[in-house]
Design a protein around this ligand. Structure first.
Ligand SMILES: [Zn+2]
Length: 401
């Protein structure tokens, strides 16, 4: 009996020494930028994730964040990283035509080709200042921008477990100070995936939110064990919201003009369509669209309203169509494919619509030594927009609350 007890004590001591966490005493000012893809601004109240609400309550929360137009994933992540509108940073959509090729999220060689990524993301600024950056995913971190990559980075793989992402970020913080990054990024796609598949109001989306909240608990607990929770600055953002959509609400562009005959190419998403007309076809196409289209707005590039800040990039197509909330731009071929895949039934979710819609509002939460406590900010960046002298730059239709 006595021997058993000694063995037990030795085992406990051994396991304790394995799990004992060395506190980090020499932390430099550090930011962990966390993206929760598709976390609509109202999910905090609606789904009540505990950790996120705690961080929001003790730190800073914006009532909501207005995404840039178009309200898509890559454009908005890169806007968050650079502070630039998509027309200035070059990532004008999730799919882009330039250099004679099409950029897309699943085209890894293009995503990893620096020629698409303009401006200066925050991790490049940090590296230029002889700090180290580390990224467990964030659009733009897989390539050298201005010749500079984050010191530590990962090639995107959506199957990489969220806890592994968190543990890796914590392990980067455990590095000796001269190797330790001071800006780190994390990215979780689950909430966006559930919102698309099941709609923003679904129980499945609630569960995705609560599961990601558990991943954040793991991060917070890891920071607490290292005695740097409250010191390290957490910035938690989303790129856009999510609207409920039934794909039976489709707008068929091939009923309005002959896409095959009149265009060089069309880049589709359900919410934004980029149309590149053949020579001498632009006027014909835009005239047909303007007179016949319902539940969407189409513009020649020069007519896109200034409030979208979506004109100056040469990558923006000569004609853009933007669907009304809940509607889907498509052609008969795409629609038939959805039917075959049984994707017409029930509610799904989408984003990419007008960035002033309530459903597109994104999230901003911050917590740490550089932030106020118990502070709720007015919507970002409504403040900036309403301060501009030109009234046409103001965002309309946003009720103050
Ligand atoms: Zn997204």
């Amino acid at each position: 009996m006595r021997r058993f007890n000694i063995t037990l004590i030795l085992c406990l001591m051994a396991s304790f020494s394995v799990f004992a966490q060395k506190p980090i005493k020499d932390l430099k000012p550090t930011v962990i930028l966390i993206s929760l893809d598709g976390f609509r601004y109202d999910y905090l109240e609606k789904f009540k994730p505990k950790v996120l609400n705690e961080l929001a309550k003790k730190g800073v929360r914006a009532k909501w964040m207005i995404p840039s137009f178009p309200t898509k994933t890559f454009p908005n992540h890169y806007t968050i990283a650079t502070g630039l509108y998509p027309e200035n940073h070059g990532i004008i959509e999730n799919n882009i035509y330039d250099f004679g090729v099409v950029f897309g999220l699943d085209k890894r060689p293009e995503v990893q080709n620096s020629r698409w990524w303009l401006g200066e993301p925050i991790w490049v600024t940090a590296e230029k200042q002889n700090q180290r950056a580390a990224s467990y995913f964030f659009p733009g971190t897989e390539t050298a921008i201005q010749g500079i990559r984050p010191t530590y980075w990962k090639e995107y793989n959506g199957k990489s477990p969220n806890d592994l992402r968190v543990d890796t970020v914590l392990s980067w913080l455990d590095l000796p100070v001269e190797k330790r990054p001071t800006i780190l990024t994390l990215y979780f796609s689950d909430i966006d995936d559930a919102g698309h598949e099941f709609s923003p109001d679904a129980e499945e989306t609630r569960y995705a939110v609560l599961e990601v909240d558990d991943n954040l608990k793991r991060l917070v607990d890891g920071l607490k064990r290292r005695k740097i929770f409250g010191k390290a600055n957490l910035i938690i953002v989303s790129d856009h919201g999510m609207a409920a959509v039934n794909r039976n609400n489709s707008i068929f562009l091939d009923d309005i003009f002959d896409i095959e005959k009149a265009t060089e190419r069309v880049l589709w998403t359900g919410e934004i369509v980029q149309i590149f007309p053949k020579v001498n076809q632009e006027t014909k196409i835009i005239t047909a669209l303007k007179s016949q289209i319902k539940h969407a707005t189409c513009w020649s590039k020069s007519e896109i309203p200034e409030r979208y800040h979506y004109r100056s990039s040469p990558r923006i197509a000569p004609i853009i169509c933007s669907a009304d909330e809940g509607w889907v731009l498509t052609n008969h071929k795409r629609f038939d494919e959805w039917r075959e895949r049984d994707e017409l039934r029930g509610l799904r979710g989408s984003h990419g619509y007008d960035n002033t819609l309530e459903s597109m509002r994104a999230t901003f939460i911050a917590h740490g030594s550089s932030f106020k406590s118990n502070f709720v900010s007015e919507p970002l960046c409504k403040l900036l927009e309403t301060k501009t002298a030109n009234p046409s730059r103001r965002f309309p239709n946003i009720p103050s609350s």
